[in-house]
Design a protein around this ligand. Structure first.
Ligand SMILES: [Zn+2]
Length: 130
């Protein structure tokens, strides 16, 4: 795994890239979709993105959590320091994704709450108008 790969994947997410459910065909890594391409955040493999295969945030969260668990297990059994560094970097990246997912679901929830509050208030207006 290259440092450049991780850096550019983080860059892609910042630019509005989307995480996808389909694993990389080469290494089974997590991929991001950007400008019609799928890019693996693990090995940097690029492929053409197919439309209509977006993943929901909650199922993506499950994928990331299971990846973190897998990485945790392999870190436990890893003696090679440079491999440990690779795993640790990937863990940081996954944890970063998790916090982004939690952030955006929080925003979604707040927007939903705001909308239902507005609806309640307009219903109250109707009540008092009677
Ligand atoms: Zn890959």
């Amino acid at each position: 795994m290259s440092k450049e790969g991780i850096r550019s994947a983080a860059e892609i997410l910042r630019k509005g890239g989307a995480l996808v459910k389909d694993a990389c065909i080469k290494c089974k890594g997590v991929q991001v979709r950007y400008q019609g391409r799928l890019i693996c955040i693990n090995c940097g493999n690029e492929s053409i993105a197919e439309e209509g295969r977006y993943v929901s945030l909650s199922s993506l969260r499950d994928i990331i959590v299971s990846k973190i668990n897998e990485l945790g297990d392999s870190l436990k059994g890893e003696d090679d320091i440079s491999r440990q560094a690779d795993i640790a970097r990937l863990l940081i990246y996954y944890i970063d994704i998790l916090s982004k997912i939690d952030e955006s679901s929080k925003v979604e929830r707040e927007e939903m709450r705001k909308r239902s509050k507005e609806r309640r208030e307009s219903e109250d207006d109707n009540e008092s108008a009677k």
